[in-house]
Design a protein around this ligand. Structure first.
Ligand SMILES: Cc1ncc(C[n+]2csc(CCOP(=O)(O)OP(=O)(O)O)c2C)c(N)n1
Length: 259
């Protein structure tokens, strides 16, 4: 009996990610969603700049590399070129999506662009060596905040789901994590829904996945998964922030999951 197999939408190559990094789990969830929805032949992924810059080496669908932060703009162009046939997703880190690419993110959401955005929030710039990100927590030690993030000097972390939920445009915004089996299952359901929404023509769907970066957080993989529970989730509560079809229309309606 086969109990574990590689999704067809993933190529048979090893990932370059650090031990304990959850990018690989999230790649797998995206690939499973593509397989289960039967959309591999029509799916185009847009890779970011960041640790997942080489996502095009891993997904079996067509992939395009965007300049740092511009994936939603590239996705908009690709999707609009053949809206009835193509399924387009972006895969972006927090430095990419919530810092240099904030404008592209906000305006694609405001336009309710019919694309799927997979947003990997690991609270740090991973690829460049662990600098402070827009999502780094208050007090978080990073390469550029060795005494901890000082909110007086550096401002407060950006909560993307909450921020976008106040826009009229987006169809679906959910925050999930992958630090336990139960949470991986919920993340899978959210990612699949974000693709299904696009198939159904419902519009902009973003799934924020709280992710680990043991290397740059200076922890073991196990400690990093616990750090998500203890530090990330209190600041970034999991849950559905917008789901127009289900009548969840913003922060006031948000269905946050108590941890
Ligand atoms: C225009 C431009 N500015 C800056 C950089 C340097 N740079 C590369 S990756 C990155 C941030 C990556 O962090 P994130 O998006 O959070 O992804 P992660 O690596 O943590 O997965 C930066 C600033 C770049 N490549 N291009």
């Amino acid at each position: 009996m086969i109990v574990f197999d590689r999704p067809k939408a993933l190529l048979d190559v090893p990932f370059h990610y650090c031990p304990g990094c959850t990018h690989g789990i999230i790649h797998r969830l995206v690939a499973e969603a593509i397989d289960e929805l039967g959309i591999e032949g029509k799916t185009v992924g847009i890779a970011p700049v960041g640790c997942s810059v080489m996502a095009y080496d891993y997904f079996a669908c067509d992939m395009i590399e965007a300049a740092h932060g511009r994936a939603p703009a590239v996705a908009t162009g690709v999707k609009r070129s053949d809206p009835d046939n193509l399924i387009v997703f972006t895969y972006q880190g927090d430095g990419d999506l919530a810092s240099i690419g904030t404008a592209e993110t906000v305006h694609a959401a405001a336009r309710n662009e019919n694309i799927t955005v997979i947003f990997i929030n690991n609270a740090i710039y991973g690829m460049t060596g662990g600098q402070m990100a827009p999502t780094s927590l208050p007090g978080q030690v990073t390469q550029t905040s060795p005494y901890g993030r000082d909110v007086k000097a550096c401002g407060y972390p950006v909560r993307i789901c909450e921020m976008l939920s106040e826009l009229e445009g987006p169809e679906y915004l959910e925050r999930v994590t992958v630090n336990s089996v139960a949470n991986v299952r919920k993340a899978k359901a959210a990612i699949k829904k974000a693709f299904q929404n696009q198939i159904d023509g419902k519009g902009f769907s973003l799934v924020e996945v709280i992710s680990s970066c043991p290397t740059n957080w200076g922890m073991t993989p196990k400690e990093a998964l616990k750090w998500i529970d203890d530090n990330m989730i209190p600041y970034y509560p999991l849950g559905v922030y917008k789901d127009r079809s289900a009548g969840i229309l913003g922060a006031a309606d948000a269905k946050k999951e108590a941890k």
